[in-house]
Design a protein around this ligand. Structure first.
Ligand SMILES: [Fe+2]
Ligand SMILES: [Fe+2]
Length: 461
Protein backbone atom coordinates (compact mmCIF):
# COMPACT_ATOMS: atom_id res chain seq x y z
CA UNK A 1 0.00 0.00 0.00
CA UNK A 2 1.16 3.49 -0.79
CA UNK A 3 2.58 5.10 2.32
CA UNK A 4 0.72 8.38 1.87
CA UNK A 5 -2.68 6.71 2.46
CA UNK A 6 -1.76 5.38 5.87
CA UNK A 7 -3.74 7.81 7.96
CA UNK A 8 -3.16 7.76 11.67
CA UNK A 9 -3.99 10.16 14.45
CA UNK A 10 -0.59 9.63 15.98
CA UNK A 11 1.10 10.90 12.86
CA UNK A 12 -0.89 13.93 11.70
CA UNK A 13 2.03 14.99 9.65
CA UNK A 14 1.18 12.33 7.11
CA UNK A 15 -2.22 13.89 6.36
CA UNK A 16 -0.49 16.74 4.64
CA UNK A 17 1.05 14.32 2.27
CA UNK A 18 -2.39 13.36 0.88
CA UNK A 19 -3.01 15.60 -2.05
CA UNK A 20 -6.35 17.25 -2.77
CA UNK A 21 -6.39 15.35 -5.98
CA UNK A 22 -6.21 12.08 -4.07
CA UNK A 23 -9.14 13.07 -1.83
CA UNK A 24 -11.13 14.09 -4.86
CA UNK A 25 -10.44 10.81 -6.56
CA UNK A 26 -10.77 8.38 -3.69
CA UNK A 27 -13.26 9.78 -1.14
CA UNK A 28 -15.74 7.03 -2.07
CA UNK A 29 -18.41 9.42 -3.33
CA UNK A 30 -19.05 10.64 -6.88
CA UNK A 31 -17.22 13.95 -6.86
CA UNK A 32 -17.35 16.79 -9.30
CA UNK A 33 -16.20 20.39 -9.58
CA UNK A 34 -18.56 22.76 -11.34
CA UNK A 35 -18.06 26.21 -12.71
CA UNK A 36 -20.26 29.23 -12.04
CA UNK A 37 -21.90 28.79 -15.45
CA UNK A 38 -22.86 25.21 -14.39
CA UNK A 39 -20.28 23.52 -16.63
CA UNK A 40 -18.77 20.41 -15.10
CA UNK A 41 -15.03 20.94 -14.90
CA UNK A 42 -13.83 17.69 -13.36
CA UNK A 43 -15.26 14.36 -12.19
CA UNK A 44 -13.77 11.30 -10.48
CA UNK A 45 -13.94 7.63 -11.40
CA UNK A 46 -16.82 7.02 -8.98
CA UNK A 47 -18.81 9.68 -10.84
CA UNK A 48 -18.29 7.72 -14.04
CA UNK A 49 -19.57 4.54 -12.39
CA UNK A 50 -22.60 6.15 -10.80
CA UNK A 51 -23.77 8.25 -13.75
CA UNK A 52 -22.55 6.10 -16.62
CA UNK A 53 -20.85 9.13 -18.23
CA UNK A 54 -17.13 9.09 -19.02
CA UNK A 55 -14.88 11.97 -18.08
CA UNK A 56 -14.40 12.95 -21.70
CA UNK A 57 -18.16 13.20 -22.20
CA UNK A 58 -18.69 15.64 -19.36
CA UNK A 59 -15.53 17.51 -18.39
CA UNK A 60 -15.58 21.01 -19.81
CA UNK A 61 -18.60 20.33 -21.97
CA UNK A 62 -21.70 19.29 -20.04
CA UNK A 63 -23.75 21.40 -17.62
CA UNK A 64 -24.69 19.62 -14.41
CA UNK A 65 -28.25 20.73 -15.19
CA UNK A 66 -28.35 18.10 -17.95
CA UNK A 67 -27.86 15.39 -15.37
CA UNK A 68 -30.56 16.53 -12.94
CA UNK A 69 -34.17 15.37 -13.06
CA UNK A 70 -36.35 18.22 -14.49
CA UNK A 71 -38.45 18.36 -11.34
CA UNK A 72 -35.41 18.99 -9.15
CA UNK A 73 -33.64 21.31 -11.57
CA UNK A 74 -35.18 24.64 -10.56
CA UNK A 75 -34.51 24.07 -6.88
CA UNK A 76 -30.90 23.17 -7.56
CA UNK A 77 -30.36 26.14 -9.81
CA UNK A 78 -31.54 28.29 -6.93
CA UNK A 79 -29.05 26.58 -4.61
CA UNK A 80 -26.32 27.09 -7.20
CA UNK A 81 -27.07 30.80 -7.23
CA UNK A 82 -27.46 31.15 -3.46
CA UNK A 83 -24.24 29.27 -2.77
CA UNK A 84 -22.44 32.13 -4.49
CA UNK A 85 -24.31 34.78 -2.51
CA UNK A 86 -23.94 33.10 0.90
CA UNK A 87 -23.21 29.38 1.32
CA UNK A 88 -25.12 29.48 4.63
CA UNK A 89 -28.37 29.94 2.68
CA UNK A 90 -28.04 26.48 1.12
CA UNK A 91 -28.69 23.25 3.07
CA UNK A 92 -25.47 21.40 3.90
CA UNK A 93 -26.78 18.42 2.02
CA UNK A 94 -29.97 17.48 0.24
CA UNK A 95 -31.54 14.75 -1.81
CA UNK A 96 -32.21 15.04 -5.51
CA UNK A 97 -32.79 12.85 -8.54
CA UNK A 98 -30.20 12.52 -11.29
CA UNK A 99 -30.41 10.85 -14.66
CA UNK A 100 -27.76 8.41 -15.80
CA UNK A 101 -26.42 8.25 -19.33
CA UNK A 102 -28.77 5.30 -19.85
CA UNK A 103 -31.77 7.49 -18.91
CA UNK A 104 -32.30 5.85 -15.53
CA UNK A 105 -33.55 8.06 -12.68
CA UNK A 106 -31.57 7.59 -9.47
CA UNK A 107 -31.46 9.29 -6.07
CA UNK A 108 -28.40 11.12 -4.81
CA UNK A 109 -27.47 12.77 -1.54
CA UNK A 110 -25.48 15.85 -2.40
CA UNK A 111 -23.01 17.77 -0.26
CA UNK A 112 -21.63 20.94 -1.77
CA UNK A 113 -19.01 23.51 -0.93
CA UNK A 114 -17.81 26.58 -2.74
CA UNK A 115 -14.07 26.54 -3.08
CA UNK A 116 -12.45 29.35 -1.13
CA UNK A 117 -10.11 30.57 -3.85
CA UNK A 118 -12.73 31.08 -6.58
CA UNK A 119 -16.43 30.60 -7.32
CA UNK A 120 -16.19 27.02 -8.46
CA UNK A 121 -18.15 24.48 -6.43
CA UNK A 122 -17.02 21.16 -5.16
CA UNK A 123 -19.91 18.66 -5.08
CA UNK A 124 -19.93 15.21 -3.58
CA UNK A 125 -22.79 12.81 -4.40
CA UNK A 126 -23.66 9.51 -2.73
CA UNK A 127 -26.05 7.21 -4.61
CA UNK A 128 -28.93 6.54 -2.19
CA UNK A 129 -31.33 4.94 -4.68
CA UNK A 130 -31.45 1.58 -2.90
CA UNK A 131 -31.93 3.25 0.45
CA UNK A 132 -34.83 5.29 -0.97
CA UNK A 133 -36.42 2.17 -2.43
CA UNK A 134 -36.23 0.40 0.91
CA UNK A 135 -37.64 3.46 2.59
CA UNK A 136 -40.61 3.62 0.27
CA UNK A 137 -41.17 -0.14 0.56
CA UNK A 138 -41.24 0.37 4.32
CA UNK A 139 -43.63 3.25 3.84
CA UNK A 140 -45.88 1.09 1.70
CA UNK A 141 -45.74 -1.72 4.26
CA UNK A 142 -46.63 0.71 7.01
CA UNK A 143 -49.47 2.10 4.95
CA UNK A 144 -50.71 -1.43 4.31
CA UNK A 145 -50.44 -2.26 7.99
CA UNK A 146 -52.30 0.89 8.97
CA UNK A 147 -54.94 0.06 6.40
CA UNK A 148 -55.41 -3.41 7.81
CA UNK A 149 -55.40 -2.36 11.43
CA UNK A 150 -57.39 0.83 11.18
CA UNK A 151 -59.92 0.09 8.46
CA UNK A 152 -61.11 -3.24 9.66
CA UNK A 153 -64.17 -3.98 11.70
CA UNK A 154 -62.38 -6.15 14.26
CA UNK A 155 -61.61 -4.44 17.55
CA UNK A 156 -57.89 -4.30 18.18
CA UNK A 157 -56.18 -3.20 21.32
CA UNK A 158 -53.05 -3.57 23.36
CA UNK A 159 -52.95 -3.07 27.09
CA UNK A 160 -50.87 -3.74 30.16
CA UNK A 161 -51.92 -6.35 32.74
CA UNK A 162 -53.52 -3.57 34.83
CA UNK A 163 -55.87 -2.93 31.84
CA UNK A 164 -54.19 0.34 30.76
CA UNK A 165 -54.61 0.70 27.00
CA UNK A 166 -51.49 1.39 24.92
CA UNK A 167 -53.02 0.91 21.48
CA UNK A 168 -56.51 0.91 19.99
CA UNK A 169 -57.69 0.91 16.37
CA UNK A 170 -60.53 2.96 14.90
CA UNK A 171 -63.03 0.11 15.21
CA UNK A 172 -62.25 -0.15 18.93
CA UNK A 173 -62.80 3.61 19.41
CA UNK A 174 -66.10 3.47 17.48
CA UNK A 175 -67.31 0.41 19.40
CA UNK A 176 -66.62 1.85 22.83
CA UNK A 177 -67.67 5.36 21.78
CA UNK A 178 -64.49 7.05 23.00
CA UNK A 179 -61.67 8.83 21.20
CA UNK A 180 -58.18 7.40 20.91
CA UNK A 181 -56.95 10.22 23.18
CA UNK A 182 -59.49 9.26 25.85
CA UNK A 183 -58.64 5.58 25.62
CA UNK A 184 -54.85 5.46 25.35
CA UNK A 185 -53.22 5.59 28.76
CA UNK A 186 -56.48 4.94 30.57
CA UNK A 187 -57.84 1.70 31.98
CA UNK A 188 -60.73 -0.08 30.29
CA UNK A 189 -61.87 -1.48 33.62
CA UNK A 190 -65.04 0.64 33.48
CA UNK A 191 -66.15 -1.46 30.49
CA UNK A 192 -65.91 -4.66 32.54
CA UNK A 193 -68.89 -5.80 34.59
CA UNK A 194 -67.82 -5.73 38.26
CA UNK A 195 -68.75 -9.39 38.65
CA UNK A 196 -66.54 -10.38 35.70
CA UNK A 197 -63.40 -8.58 36.87
CA UNK A 198 -61.83 -11.39 38.91
CA UNK A 199 -62.39 -13.95 36.16
CA UNK A 200 -60.94 -11.58 33.56
CA UNK A 201 -57.82 -10.98 35.67
CA UNK A 202 -57.37 -14.73 36.22
CA UNK A 203 -57.76 -15.31 32.48
CA UNK A 204 -54.99 -12.84 31.59
CA UNK A 205 -52.80 -14.25 34.35
CA UNK A 206 -53.19 -17.71 32.81
CA UNK A 207 -51.27 -16.61 29.68
CA UNK A 208 -47.69 -17.89 29.77
CA UNK A 209 -44.69 -17.69 27.43
CA UNK A 210 -45.34 -21.38 26.65
CA UNK A 211 -49.05 -20.82 26.06
CA UNK A 212 -49.27 -17.12 25.15
CA UNK A 213 -52.58 -17.25 23.26
CA UNK A 214 -56.12 -17.88 24.35
CA UNK A 215 -59.64 -16.87 23.49
CA UNK A 216 -62.71 -16.04 25.49
CA UNK A 217 -66.19 -14.64 25.32
CA UNK A 218 -66.81 -11.61 27.47
CA UNK A 219 -69.40 -9.00 28.22
CA UNK A 220 -68.67 -5.28 28.16
CA UNK A 221 -70.64 -2.26 29.21
CA UNK A 222 -70.87 0.31 26.43
CA UNK A 223 -71.18 4.05 27.18
CA UNK A 224 -74.89 3.77 26.33
CA UNK A 225 -75.19 1.38 29.27
CA UNK A 226 -75.90 -1.52 26.92
CA UNK A 227 -74.15 -4.77 27.75
CA UNK A 228 -72.82 -6.55 24.68
CA UNK A 229 -70.87 -9.75 24.14
CA UNK A 230 -67.53 -10.05 22.35
CA UNK A 231 -65.27 -12.86 21.34
CA UNK A 232 -61.64 -11.96 22.12
CA UNK A 233 -58.46 -13.58 20.89
CA UNK A 234 -55.63 -12.58 23.20
CA UNK A 235 -51.90 -12.87 22.97
CA UNK A 236 -49.60 -12.21 25.89
CA UNK A 237 -46.32 -10.35 25.34
CA UNK A 238 -43.60 -11.21 27.81
CA UNK A 239 -40.25 -9.76 28.84
CA UNK A 240 -37.09 -11.87 28.82
CA UNK A 241 -37.82 -13.04 32.37
CA UNK A 242 -41.20 -14.36 31.26
CA UNK A 243 -43.27 -11.66 32.98
CA UNK A 244 -46.45 -10.64 31.23
CA UNK A 245 -45.98 -7.04 30.13
CA UNK A 246 -48.74 -6.51 27.59
CA UNK A 247 -51.71 -8.23 26.03
CA UNK A 248 -52.67 -7.85 22.40
CA UNK A 249 -56.34 -8.42 21.85
CA UNK A 250 -58.49 -8.84 18.76
CA UNK A 251 -62.21 -8.99 19.25
CA UNK A 252 -65.55 -8.87 17.53
CA UNK A 253 -69.09 -8.37 18.66
CA UNK A 254 -70.99 -11.65 19.03
CA UNK A 255 -74.06 -10.36 20.84
CA UNK A 256 -76.45 -11.49 18.10
CA UNK A 257 -74.75 -14.87 17.89
CA UNK A 258 -74.80 -15.14 21.65
CA UNK A 259 -78.51 -14.39 21.90
CA UNK A 260 -79.31 -16.80 19.04
CA UNK A 261 -77.29 -19.48 20.78
CA UNK A 262 -79.08 -18.85 24.06
CA UNK A 263 -82.44 -19.13 22.33
CA UNK A 264 -81.30 -22.28 20.57
CA UNK A 265 -80.06 -23.73 23.85
CA UNK A 266 -83.40 -23.14 25.48
CA UNK A 267 -85.20 -24.63 22.45
CA UNK A 268 -82.97 -27.71 22.66
CA UNK A 269 -83.63 -27.87 26.39
CA UNK A 270 -87.39 -27.78 25.76
CA UNK A 271 -87.06 -30.45 23.08
CA UNK A 272 -85.03 -32.62 25.42
CA UNK A 273 -87.74 -32.27 28.02
CA UNK A 274 -90.40 -33.30 25.50
CA UNK A 275 -88.32 -36.32 24.50
CA UNK A 276 -87.83 -37.18 28.13
CA UNK A 277 -91.57 -36.98 28.76
CA UNK A 278 -92.30 -39.11 25.67
CA UNK A 279 -89.76 -41.70 26.77
CA UNK A 280 -91.01 -41.69 30.32
CA UNK A 281 -94.58 -42.16 29.08
CA UNK A 282 -93.46 -45.08 26.96
CA UNK A 283 -91.83 -46.49 30.08
CA UNK A 284 -95.06 -46.05 32.01
CA UNK A 285 -96.89 -48.41 29.62
CA UNK A 286 -95.19 -51.35 31.26
CA UNK A 287 -95.90 -50.06 34.74
CA UNK A 288 -99.62 -50.13 34.00
CA UNK A 289 -99.32 -53.77 33.01
CA UNK A 290 -96.80 -54.70 35.70
CA UNK A 291 -97.44 -52.56 38.76
CA UNK A 292 -94.91 -54.61 40.74
CA UNK A 293 -92.11 -52.97 38.84
CA UNK A 294 -93.69 -49.53 39.07
CA UNK A 295 -91.03 -46.95 39.73
CA UNK A 296 -88.23 -49.39 38.84
CA UNK A 297 -87.23 -47.61 35.65
CA UNK A 298 -87.34 -44.18 37.26
CA UNK A 299 -85.13 -45.36 40.12
CA UNK A 300 -82.73 -47.07 37.69
CA UNK A 301 -82.54 -43.83 35.75
CA UNK A 302 -81.59 -41.91 38.90
CA UNK A 303 -78.89 -44.39 39.88
CA UNK A 304 -77.54 -44.69 36.31
CA UNK A 305 -77.35 -40.92 35.93
CA UNK A 306 -75.37 -40.65 39.17
CA UNK A 307 -72.96 -43.39 38.05
CA UNK A 308 -72.54 -41.75 34.63
CA UNK A 309 -71.83 -38.36 36.23
CA UNK A 310 -69.27 -39.93 38.57
CA UNK A 311 -67.61 -41.58 35.55
CA UNK A 312 -67.33 -38.11 33.98
CA UNK A 313 -69.16 -39.15 30.81
CA UNK A 314 -70.10 -36.40 28.33
CA UNK A 315 -73.39 -34.64 29.03
CA UNK A 316 -75.00 -36.09 25.92
CA UNK A 317 -74.23 -39.65 27.05
CA UNK A 318 -75.52 -38.93 30.55
CA UNK A 319 -78.79 -37.72 29.02
CA UNK A 320 -78.97 -40.82 26.81
CA UNK A 321 -78.40 -43.05 29.85
CA UNK A 322 -81.07 -41.32 31.87
CA UNK A 323 -83.65 -41.48 29.08
CA UNK A 324 -82.89 -45.05 28.01
CA UNK A 325 -83.10 -46.17 31.64
CA UNK A 326 -86.55 -44.61 31.94
CA UNK A 327 -87.89 -47.04 29.33
CA UNK A 328 -85.41 -49.90 29.23
CA UNK A 329 -87.96 -52.52 30.30
CA UNK A 330 -90.86 -51.23 28.21
CA UNK A 331 -90.57 -54.37 26.04
CA UNK A 332 -91.93 -56.40 28.94
CA UNK A 333 -95.33 -55.30 27.63
CA UNK A 334 -95.04 -58.34 25.34
CA UNK A 335 -94.30 -60.71 28.22
CA UNK A 336 -97.42 -62.25 29.80
CA UNK A 337 -97.93 -60.94 33.33
CA UNK A 338 -98.16 -64.53 34.70
CA UNK A 339 -94.54 -64.97 33.71
CA UNK A 340 -93.46 -61.53 34.93
CA UNK A 341 -94.93 -62.01 38.39
CA UNK A 342 -94.47 -65.75 38.71
CA UNK A 343 -93.00 -66.69 42.06
CA UNK A 344 -90.38 -69.42 42.07
CA UNK A 345 -88.35 -70.94 39.28
CA UNK A 346 -89.15 -70.16 35.64
CA UNK A 347 -89.42 -72.80 32.95
CA UNK A 348 -86.88 -72.64 30.07
CA UNK A 349 -89.64 -71.53 27.66
CA UNK A 350 -90.70 -68.81 30.10
CA UNK A 351 -87.09 -67.71 30.38
CA UNK A 352 -86.73 -67.46 26.63
CA UNK A 353 -89.79 -65.18 26.53
CA UNK A 354 -88.38 -63.00 29.33
CA UNK A 355 -85.09 -62.78 27.48
CA UNK A 356 -86.82 -61.22 24.51
CA UNK A 357 -87.87 -58.09 26.43
CA UNK A 358 -84.79 -55.99 25.51
CA UNK A 359 -85.56 -56.69 21.84
CA UNK A 360 -89.15 -55.52 22.32
CA UNK A 361 -87.96 -52.48 24.27
CA UNK A 362 -85.69 -51.57 21.34
CA UNK A 363 -88.54 -52.02 18.87
CA UNK A 364 -90.77 -49.66 20.83
CA UNK A 365 -88.04 -47.06 21.38
CA UNK A 366 -87.12 -47.14 17.68
CA UNK A 367 -90.49 -45.57 16.94
CA UNK A 368 -89.49 -42.48 18.95
CA UNK A 369 -87.33 -40.16 16.92
CA UNK A 370 -84.77 -38.75 19.36
CA UNK A 371 -81.19 -37.47 19.06
CA UNK A 372 -80.04 -40.42 21.19
CA UNK A 373 -79.77 -44.09 20.28
CA UNK A 374 -82.10 -45.17 23.03
CA UNK A 375 -83.27 -48.34 21.23
CA UNK A 376 -79.72 -49.65 20.92
CA UNK A 377 -78.98 -48.88 24.57
CA UNK A 378 -82.15 -50.60 25.80
CA UNK A 379 -81.38 -53.60 23.58
CA UNK A 380 -78.05 -54.07 25.36
CA UNK A 381 -79.08 -53.56 29.00
CA UNK A 382 -78.92 -57.27 29.85
CA UNK A 383 -75.56 -57.91 28.16
CA UNK A 384 -72.81 -58.90 30.56
CA UNK A 385 -69.21 -57.75 30.55
CA UNK A 386 -67.89 -61.32 30.10
CA UNK A 387 -70.23 -62.01 27.16
CA UNK A 388 -72.65 -64.26 29.09
CA UNK A 389 -75.64 -61.88 28.81
CA UNK A 390 -78.46 -61.61 26.31
CA UNK A 391 -79.77 -61.16 23.62
CA UNK A 392 -76.59 -60.65 21.53
CA UNK A 393 -73.94 -62.02 23.94
CA UNK A 394 -71.82 -58.92 23.47
CA UNK A 395 -68.82 -58.48 25.76
CA UNK A 396 -66.56 -55.75 27.14
CA UNK A 397 -66.37 -52.63 25.04
CA UNK A 398 -68.69 -54.16 22.44
CA UNK A 399 -71.46 -53.20 24.83
CA UNK A 400 -72.27 -49.51 24.67
CA UNK A 401 -71.07 -47.59 27.70
CA UNK A 402 -74.63 -46.37 28.32
CA UNK A 403 -75.85 -49.98 28.53
CA UNK A 404 -72.92 -50.96 30.79
CA UNK A 405 -73.90 -48.20 33.22
CA UNK A 406 -77.63 -49.05 33.14
CA UNK A 407 -76.83 -52.73 33.70
CA UNK A 408 -75.21 -52.01 37.11
CA UNK A 409 -77.99 -49.62 38.15
CA UNK A 410 -80.66 -52.09 37.00
CA UNK A 411 -79.22 -54.89 39.11
CA UNK A 412 -78.82 -52.74 42.22
CA UNK A 413 -82.40 -51.45 41.98
CA UNK A 414 -83.90 -54.87 41.22
CA UNK A 415 -82.12 -56.60 44.12
CA UNK A 416 -82.83 -53.97 46.72
CA UNK A 417 -86.54 -53.59 45.91
CA UNK A 418 -89.27 -55.80 47.17
CA UNK A 419 -91.15 -57.96 44.74
CA UNK A 420 -94.41 -59.78 45.49
CA UNK A 421 -92.61 -63.08 44.99
CA UNK A 422 -89.49 -62.18 47.01
CA UNK A 423 -88.41 -59.58 49.50
CA UNK A 424 -85.72 -57.03 48.64
CA UNK A 425 -82.31 -57.98 49.95
CA UNK A 426 -81.18 -54.42 50.60
CA UNK A 427 -78.70 -52.11 48.97
CA UNK A 428 -75.64 -53.41 50.83
CA UNK A 429 -76.28 -56.97 49.67
CA UNK A 430 -76.76 -55.65 46.12
CA UNK A 431 -73.44 -53.78 46.34
CA UNK A 432 -71.69 -56.99 47.39
CA UNK A 433 -73.03 -58.53 44.18
CA UNK A 434 -71.65 -55.57 42.25
CA UNK A 435 -68.26 -56.16 43.88
CA UNK A 436 -68.36 -59.86 43.09
CA UNK A 437 -69.47 -59.20 39.52
CA UNK A 438 -66.95 -56.43 38.89
CA UNK A 439 -65.22 -57.13 35.55
CA UNK A 440 -67.32 -60.31 35.07
CA UNK A 441 -70.93 -59.20 34.87
CA UNK A 442 -70.24 -55.50 35.13
CA UNK A 443 -67.90 -53.01 33.56
CA UNK A 444 -65.24 -52.52 36.28
CA UNK A 445 -65.33 -48.71 36.06
CA UNK A 446 -69.13 -48.58 36.20
CA UNK A 447 -69.09 -51.02 39.14
CA UNK A 448 -66.50 -48.92 41.01
CA UNK A 449 -68.53 -45.76 40.38
CA UNK A 450 -71.67 -47.46 41.74
CA UNK A 451 -69.84 -48.60 44.90
CA UNK A 452 -68.45 -45.10 45.31
CA UNK A 453 -71.76 -43.27 45.07
CA UNK A 454 -73.51 -45.54 47.60
CA UNK A 455 -70.68 -46.16 50.04
CA UNK A 456 -68.67 -42.93 49.91
CA UNK A 457 -71.08 -40.31 48.60
CA UNK A 458 -74.10 -41.44 50.62
CA UNK A 459 -76.34 -41.81 47.58
CA UNK A 460 -79.69 -43.41 48.40
CA UNK A 461 -82.28 -45.06 46.19
FE1 LIG B 1 -84.60 -55.58 31.94
FE1 LIG C 1 -84.80 -53.38 34.51
Amino acid sequence: MNEKYQLSESSPIRLERISRADLFEHSGAANLVVDTDTTILAVNARFETVTGYSRSEVEGTLSWRELVHPEDRERMEEYHRLRRVDPELVPANYEYRFITSGGQVRWGLLTGATLAEDSRTFLSVVDITELKEKESALGRAEELYRGIVQNQTELMSRFSPDFTLTFVNDAYCRYFGETREQLIGSSFVHHVLPGDLAARKAYFASLTPERPEDEMEERAILPSGEVRWQHWHDRGIFDEKGNLIEIQSIGRDITDLYLTRERLDSTIEKLKNSFARAVEMAGKIIEVRDPFTAGHQRRVARIAKEIATTLGLPENEITAIELAALAHDVGKIHVPSEILSKPGVLQPTEWSIIRQHPVYSAEILKTLETPWELAEIALQHHERYDGSGYPQRLSGEEIRVEARVISVADMIEAMSSHRPYRPGVGVERALEEVEAGRGIIFDPAAADAALYIFRKKGFEI
